[in-house]
Design a protein around this ligand. Sequence first.
Ligand code: IMP
Length: 249
Amino acid sequence: MAAYFCGHFSYMEFVLILILGGTIDGATYNPLPFSVAVMVLERLLIKCECNMEIVFATNNLHKLEEISALLGENFQLLGLKDLNISEEIPEDHATLEENASQKAWYIYNRTGKSCFADDTGLEVSALNGAPGVYSARYSRMGEITFPDMKPAEGNIRKLLMELEGVTEREARFRTVIALILNGVECQFEGIVKGEITLDSSGAEGFGYDPVFRPAGYHKTFAEMDLELKNQISHRAKAVQQLTEFLTGM
Ligand code: IMP
């Protein structure tokens, strides 16, 4: 099933373009025959009652709370624990888009419930976009590995080694969210641009935060107030698009 980037559409606009015809990100869609349009409307609109249940494919309580607050009362957000899903969800593709999609479809096929999943990577220009989709396990891969260090520590150590002597340190965090609503997939993207610092600094946050300085700021993510990071981050931007789409239904 094709996935659509839906960040700049409301849900209603998206549905109307699919039914009446129009253009989404350069692709042209012809109007649907009447009987098919009725079926799509039934699937996409009639099932979207108030207080809709939606599953987020995560066990991270912090992420669940944050998104639940943004979605408001009309949505009941469930995590994997709420559904007693404890197995590891496969994510074995080479792009963030494919991984987010794979996780969301896995949960949709397993539960039949509308759901979404996210995947994030740090993309460093001088490293041709690495560590990217492999950000979580960077220090366990390739020629330079730090198997005895905690992953976050090893990842940072390896990144700084790879960039030793490199002056062009442009990087970005990118989050992709794949949403499956009544069998139709839609994707949202959030990006924050910045650069990799020469050394680690700061104690807040997680992952690569101590070495990522967002553009326009003098502090790394790990030196920032968490509240500020959560307002400007890649994840915040992707989640904002998701919530605008869902709450605009
Ligand atoms: P996930 O897809 O959210 O699990 O992120 C994958 C990996 O990207 C994490 O294990 C971290 O190494 C890194 N990462 C994701 N988001 C952030 C962030 O906000 N700050 C620092 N590192 C991050």
